[in-house]
Design a protein around this ligand. Structure first.
Ligand code: 1PX
Length: 210
């Protein structure tokens, strides 16, 4: 068992398991709590990742403000959020930099990076470089949504990542083999959250919100 207060990535990834209901709705509370865990993990990797975690924090905070706000009851799940924000009209939605839909869209795109990165870690060789896995996952996902300067800064920060085995170690789920097993269990839940969100946003033409 992990020591009291110790941070284990298992609990974080478990949050994504709790997101999807029987009716295939994605609940925001565990979704955001999963994100908080990922952010804490990122912060533990050092100050080089500060500009990334800062942006993620800002986005999760926007979502928490919606949930605490007067219309909070509409922010129970991604489905209820989309329905509510669309009901106010597409023009209103597209013009709002702090809408739930555009904010979740950014997190959603980052979730594809996470999925690819974790899969790369899981299937990588002992001596694979985490920075290469991370860069490849980034180029195949988030990079196409980022301007040059962000891509440059992100790619530079990735160079600070430890080797694969050291990385699996800091995930704090036991020896590397155990961490790999945990990833095998966790990835399908993240894929499912990603897939449902992608379908929902595509159905309502929300995948390109500015
Ligand atoms: C076992 C592995 C766990 C690793 C956990 C790491 C969690 C990473 C969380 C990253 C969250 C990034 C959210 C980015 C959202 C975004 O795309 N924002 C941009 C657009 O926002 P805007 O409001 O302007 O439309 C914004 O411009 C972003 C700026 C910051 C740079 C984002 C780079 C993202 C790289 C993701 C990889 C993280 C590397 C972690 C290394 C382990």
């Amino acid at each position: 068992m992990a020591a009291a207060g110790a941070f284990s990535l298992r609990e974080v990834l478990d949050a994504f398991r709790g997101c999807v209901t029987e009716r295939r709705e994605v609940l925001l509370e565990p979704y955001l709590s999963g994100w908080w865990g990922l952010i804490r993990f990122l912060q533990s990797l050092g100050a080089v990742f500060g500009f990334i975690s800062k942006d993620a924090v800002a986005k999760v905070q926007i979502m928490e403000r919606h949930r605490r706000g007067e219309q909070g009851q509409h922010y129970e799940s991604l489905q209820s959020m989309v329905e509510f924000e669309l009901s106010r009209g597409p023009a209103e939605l597209r013009g709002r930099p702090d809408s739930g839909c555009r904010t979740v869209l950014r997190l959603h795109r980052a979730l594809l990076w996470l999925q690819l990165f974790l899969e790369g870690l899981r299937t990588g060789h002992r001596d694979s470089r985490t920075s290469t896995i991370c860069t490849d996952s980034y180029n195949a996902s988030l990079a196409k949504h980022h301007p040059w300067v962000v891509r440059k800064a992100a790619t530079l920060a990735f160079c600070a990542l430890p080797s694969r085995d050291a990385f699996l170690e800091v995930m704090n789920v036991g020896p590397p083999e155990q961490a790999v097993d945990m990833l095998g269990e966790a990835i399908p839940y993240i894929q499912s959250v990603y897939g449902i969100t992608q379908e929902l946003f595509a159905q309502h033409s929300l995948l390109d919100l500015p």
